[in-house]
Design a protein around this ligand. Sequence first.
Ligand SMILES: Nc1ncnc2c1ncn2[C@@H]1O[C@H](COP(=O)(O)OP(=O)(O)OP(=O)(O)O)[C@@H](O)[C@H]1O
Ligand code: NI
Length: 313
Amino acid sequence: MNMLGVHGLTVSFRIPGATVRAVSDADFEVRPGRCLALVGESGCGKSVLAHALLGLLPGNAEVSGQAWLEQDGDPLELLGASQAVLARKVRGRSIGLIPQSPATHLTPVRTARAQLEEALRELGTPAGRVRAGADTLAERHGLRPADLDRYPHELSGGMAQRVANAMALAGDPWLLLADEPTGGLDRPLVDRAMASLRELCDEGRAVLLITHDLRAAEKVADDIAVMYAGRLVELGPAAGILERPRHPYAAGLVDAQPDRAFVPIPGMPPELTRLPAGCAFAPRCPSASAACQTSPAMSDGVACHHVLEGERA
Ligand SMILES: Nc1ncnc2c1ncn2[C@@H]1O[C@H](COP(=O)(O)OP(=O)(O)OP(=O)(O)O)[C@@H](O)[C@H]1O
Ligand code: NI
C-alpha cells in the first residue's frame, strides 16, 4: 500500500542575524484515495512544507524529521534522500507537483507543448512517442492538442491550470502536491479545479492540497490540517473541522469565511523569526490564559490548552 508518513518535519532558514522557523514538528499521513488539505494564512509555512518533501528548498534551509514514502513495499525517506534519487524516483514519478499559480510557473518563451514534451522526455518517454503522449495527456485534461501549441500568455487561467495538471500527471504519480492551484482563478474555475482534484482521489491517487481557501478545501478534502505559524494546530476529518472546529484558530478561520460569520481574526500572525515561547496563537486568541505560555502538545488531533467543546452558534 502506498503512503506518505511525515514525522517531526521541521524547517528553518538561516538569514543574516536571524533564523526563520518556517515549519515546526509537523506530523501527518497521506494515503491513496484521500485528499488532505493543508490550510492556514499566508506565510504560515505551507509551501515550505511541500517543497521540503520534494527536496526543492534553497541552500539556507535546515530540515529535520522524517518523511517516509512507501511505494510498492519499497520505503524511501525523502528528507535524507539525495537530489539524484529524488530526481530519478520521486519528483514527477511518485509525487507530482501542481505549482502555486500555474500561469506564471510555465516558461513564457516556450509553448505549452514544448514544456509538456520536455517533461515526458525527462520521464524517459521514447522520442517517437513524445508528441502523441503530449496529445493524449492534453485530451485527458480537457485540452485540444492544438491548445498545446499556444504560449503561456495565450492560455486562459483555466487552460494554464489544465496544462499544469497534465505536466504534474505525466509520470503517473500516485501522490499529488497541489500548492494553491487556484490562485487567480474565479469561483467557477476554482470549483472545477477542485472537482478535478476530487476525481484524481476517486481514481486512487492521494492529494495534498495547500490552500488558504477553506471553501475550496471543503469541496475536495477528506481531512484538513490547520497550520498556524509553522505548526499544525488541528488535524482531522474535514467535516468535523468545518462544523465543529476545536482549536480557537481553526474556529477563527471558519468564522472568517464569507459564507459564515465573515469576521476576520483580529491581529497578525507572529514573525517566524521571533516565535513566542508558548502557543504562537495566544496573542490573538479569545481563550488564552496563563497556561498558554507553555506550548500545547498535539493530543487527539488538537494542540491547544483550551480546546473548544460542544456546539457553536
Ligand atoms: N529561502 C527562504 N529564506 C528565508 N525565509 C524563507 C525562505 N522561503 C520561505 N521563507 C519564509 O518561510 C515562511 C513560510 O513561507 P511559505 O511560502 O511556506 O508560506 P505559505 O504558507 O505557503 O504562504 P502563501 O499562502 O502566501 O503561499 C515565510 O515567512 C517566508 O518568508
Ligand atoms: Ni505558499
